[in-house]
Design a binder for this molecule. Structure first.
Ligand SMILES: Cc1cc2nc3c(=O)[nH]c(=O)nc-3n(C[C@H](O)[C@H](O)[C@H](O)COP(=O)(O)OP(=O)(O)OC[C@H]3O[C@@H](n4cnc5c(N)ncnc54)[C@H](O)[C@@H]3O)c2cc1C
Length: 335
């Protein structure tokens, strides 16, 4: 590992200045330190944010919903959502992510900002690896885990977080903070807008401006008739990322779906809103036909590569199972 400076500020106002041009925020370190050891990234300074008490804590308020401080660990998130019993899909995703040891260290802020698991990227070839002949190494090479959706540009990696798709299905917002020469401020945006598909080799997959950090995620109170679930298709029961994930949040009106949010993970460079599936469900009863229609609509525009066509079938299965699981789970909504 290359030499680096280490600082541990106690006020969030100090972070942007300390980051300077080539610093990196250190939270649980479960992703960043691995990337540094592999020399994929080499920040000149690590800014440890774990002394910032205002980024800690997880709490629920009936009017405002669930506030998850950026330093909340995945284990703490699982404990809190288990006690609350209002966000069953979030609890499930938190329980499934990584291993107990990693869940004890990994923070929700770091989870949103973790870098893609693409083999080419992890081997130092960049997010959009290109061969000397100008062709994409992913398209020409081993693309079995690559994107099948949102791959219209040069990005073929998949967004790694399994918590982000669930949070987006619940309509979460992310709050970012930066202090710089012109002052300090909080920027709030729908979590789905935080993830972007980069078009340039040096582009990032998050809308994090220089000096900004994640301070919290806010999940609105679930509607009384909201039924949500996540379904992960895994190669095996182990602490690895799933091959495909589908998250659904169905607002029911009796037996009819009033509105639906369907978000896919591990299929695109961002958590992918399956708008076609949402339209297929809205205004309809959950029947085998509508479920099949929703599954089909999700992959209507998929562009599989040479080795990942199997993800189309898995996506349809994941959507079907997530919908059926949401339907049988009952309402986790606010009473
Ligand atoms: C074996 C293994 C299995 C895993 N399985 C899963 C899985 O199934 N699902 C899943 O979602 N994840 C999985 N992960 C990833 C894990 O959840 C992330 O590594 C972790 O959440 C990152 O959080 P951290 O606090 O350790 O971040 P760090 O490693 O400290 O940071 C990660 C990145 O985020 C940045 N960062 C951290 N905090 C902030 C902040 N507040 N504001 C701005 N930038 C910030 C850092 O600069 C860095 O770029 C797995 C990891 C491992 C090693």
């Amino acid at each position: 590992m290359r030499a680096f400076e280490y600082v541990s500020p106690t006020r969030k106002e100090q972070v942007a200045t300390l980051l300077g041009g080539n610093g990196a925020i250190l939270a649980g370190g479960t992703d960043l330190l691995a990337l540094m050891k592999d020399d994929v990234v080499s920040p000149a300074r690590l800014v440890n944010i774990k002394q910032l008490s205002s980024l800690r804590g997880i709490s629920y308020q009936p009017g405002n919903g669930l506030r998850i401080g950026a330093l909340t660990t995945i284990a703490e998130l699982a404990d809190a959502t288990r006690d609350l019993a209002m966000y069953p899909a979030l609890l499930e995703a938190a329980n499934e992510a990584a291993s107990p040891q990693i869940r004890n260290l990994a923070t929700i802020g770091g989870n949103m900002c973790q870098r893609p698991r693409c083999w080419y990227f992890r081997n130092g070839m960049g997010l959009m690896p290109t061969a000397p002949d100008g062709k994409s190494m992913v398209v020409e090479g081993d693309n079995r885990y690559a994107a099948i959706l949102g791959n219209f540009g040069p990005a073929y990696f998949v967004s790694p977080s399994t918590l982000a798709p669930v949070l987006i299905a619940y309509g979460a917002k992310i709050r970012l903070y930066a202090a710089n020469g012109s002052g300090s401020g909080v920027r709030e945006l729908p979590l789905e807008n935080f993830f972007i598909i980069p078009r340039m080799t040096n582009g990032l997959e998050h809308d994090l401006k220089p000096g900004e950090m994640v301070i919290e995620i806010v999940v609105p109170p679930p509607a009384q008739n909201l039924r949500a679930a996540t379904y992960e298709v895994r190669q095996r029961a182990a602490f690895d990322w799933p091959l495909v994930q589908a998250c659904v949040a169905l607002e029911m009106d009796g037996n009819t779906v009033k509105s639906a949010r369907v978000v896919l993970g591990q299929v695109a460079p961002i958590p992918w809103r399956a708008l076609g599936s949402e339209q297929a469900l809205a205004g309809n009863r959950v029947t085998p036909e509508t479920v099949a229609e929703a599954a089909k609509a999700a992959v209507a525009r998929a562009r599989p590569l040479s080795h990942n066509k199997y993800k189309i079938a898995l996506t349809k299965v994941a959507i079907r199972r997530a919908i059926l699981s949401a339907q049988s789970a009952g309402s986790g909504g606010a009473a």
